[in-house]
Design a protein around this ligand. Structure first.
Ligand code: EPZ
Length: 428
């Protein structure tokens, strides 16, 4: 297993190109199952989670052509003209929960699908009940057996009104894809409004779907008998953008983030500006630096979009650990998303957790330590802390980072960070 070593204290200076969004690309890849024609996706990042989704689609019989090169150009092309399986096995689903996104498309296109139940994960129990009840409202028969979701729609899916009791990104995506090929009209009420939902909607529309309202909390889809191929470019990754904004701020640097979309980050940027971060949108993306000396403690509460993203909470906590004053950070989306707290504490952060809230008392300087994390965003929060810490931090379990941050060491090193990856010594 790889390790990353970071020596802190260097202000990051330079330009970073923002990669395509992982969480937009994964459902877009699943959407390729909806058509027998080729779906070409540009700007798909080179990440472990993308490789896992390719592995799953390959297993289902999708032909995949990877024309991507490391500068971000070139497409990934998917042709689902001869599907050979409708089973998403445990081994892949357990590796990546987003595998459940093949359920809606398979059911809509072929009338049956078996997808392993994802089970809990490091950040919470994460049930899929909203995906299942939505598909049932559209006429699917669903049975849970041997750890699998066994879904059938022998007479095809039918349009329905689906009222989500909770906002769910994945359930909204699964249902949008299923409804695109269902008979009649589906209304998704209390739908998620994330930019990734709008990106999927735009792609489905260019594939011939009749869909309106994406980006609002009611999405209406009139089913069509078949969809066509299309070419679509994945939106830039707003979570990677927010992470590098905080990397500039925590290291007291000055970064230009090329291709960033500030309109996808209004709430986080409002909070960061309040904390003393200057964020200046320009024609190539945005520039970020500290507005006026030390950062100031600022409170946040995570919420579904357009609120403060849960996927930026851990990074913001690292930032606040070095701010002047205290901040209260409240996590409302996942029940167990504070695993970075004990690791940040090992680096000298002063954080007390009370239920869903963490009180962070900022420190002048964090100190390097060997650390590890159990999920992607927790891992990157430790990278941020390490960039500001005194001494050399050793980050273990780097594979979490590789799931969601394309070439992160290279991007940070180009801007002056002292960061290097090494293979773990097996004897240690
Ligand atoms: C997506 O996960 C993202 N993943 C997550 O990013 C992100 O944290 C999350 O949305 C919230 O923004 C992808 O897009 C691939 P949800 P998803 O369904 O769709 C509960 C990262 O670090 N819920 O919106 O799985 C659920 O338990 C990852 O990149 C139900 O109760 O999230 C959670 O509390 C981590 N029943 C809340 O809703 C359901 O059927 C929101 O989850 C579904 C969800």
């Amino acid at each position: 297993m790889d390790k990353i070593k970071i020596t802190g204290g260097v202000p990051l200076k330079g330009t970073i190109r923002i990669s395509g969004s992982k969480n937009a690309a994964l459902p877009l890849m699943a959407a390729s199952l909806l058509t027998s024609e080729t779906l070409r996706l540009d700007n798909v990042p080179q990440l472990a989670d993308i490789r896992t989704m390719c592995e799953l689609l390959d297993l289902l019989g999708v032909s995949i052509e990877d024309n991507r090169v490391s500068d971000g150009s070139g497409d990934l092309a998917f042709a689902a003209n001869s599907l050979t399986s409708t089973v998403a096995p445990y081994d892949l689903v357990r590796k990546m929960r987003a595998s459940v996104l093949v359920l809606g498309p398979l059911l809509a296109r072929l009338g049956h699908a078996e997808v392993s139940l994802p089970g809990g994960c490091a950040i919470g129990t994460r049930p899929v009940d909203l995906h299942l009840s939505g598909l049932e409202a559209m006429g699917a028969e669903i049975e849970l057996a041997e750890g699998y979701i066994k879904a059938r729609a022998p007479k095809g899916l039918k349009g329905a009104e689906v009222l989500f009791s909770n906002v769910s990104v994945g359930a909204t995506e699964n249902l949008m894809m299923a409804a695109a090929l269902a008979e009649g009209e589906t209304r998704l009420v209390n739908a998620a409004r994330e930019p990734e939902i709008v990106d999927l909607a735009n792609c489905l529309v260019s594939m011939g779907a009749q869909l309106e309202g994406a980006g609002s909390d009611v999405i209406t889809i009139k089913g069509v008998p078949s969809l066509n191929g299309a070419r679509h470019s994945v939106i830039p990754d707003r979570i990677e953008t927010g992470t590098f904004v905080m990397a500039a701020a925590i290291s007291d640097g000055d970064l230009q983030l090329e291709g960033a979309r500030p309109d996808h980050l209004e709430k986080p940027f409002q909070v960061l500006r309040q904390a003393g971060v200057a964020i200046e949108p320009n024609d190539k993306g945005l520039r970020v630096y500290r507005a006026n000396g030390p950062l100031q403690g600022t409170d946040i509460m995570t919420e579904a979009f357009p609120g403060f993203a849960t996927d930026l909470q851990a990074q913001f906590m690292a930032l606040m650990a070095t701010a002047e004053g205290a901040s209260m950070i409240t996590e409302t989306i996942f029940e167990n998303r504070f695993m970075h707290v004990p690791e940040l504490t090992r680096m000298g952060a002063d954080i007390t957790v009370h239920g869903a809230s963490a009180l962070v008392r900022g420190q002048k300087r964090l100190k390097a330590a060997p650390v590890m994390a159990t999920d992607l965003r927790a891992s990157v929060s430790l990278v941020l802390a390490a960039l500001a810490a005194e001494g050399e931090t050793e980050l273990n379990r780097v594979y979490h980072l590789d799931r969601g941050y394309e070439r992160i060491e290279e991007k940070l090193a180009t801007c002056g960070a002292s960061i290097a990856r090494s293979k773990e010594d097996i004897s240690s």
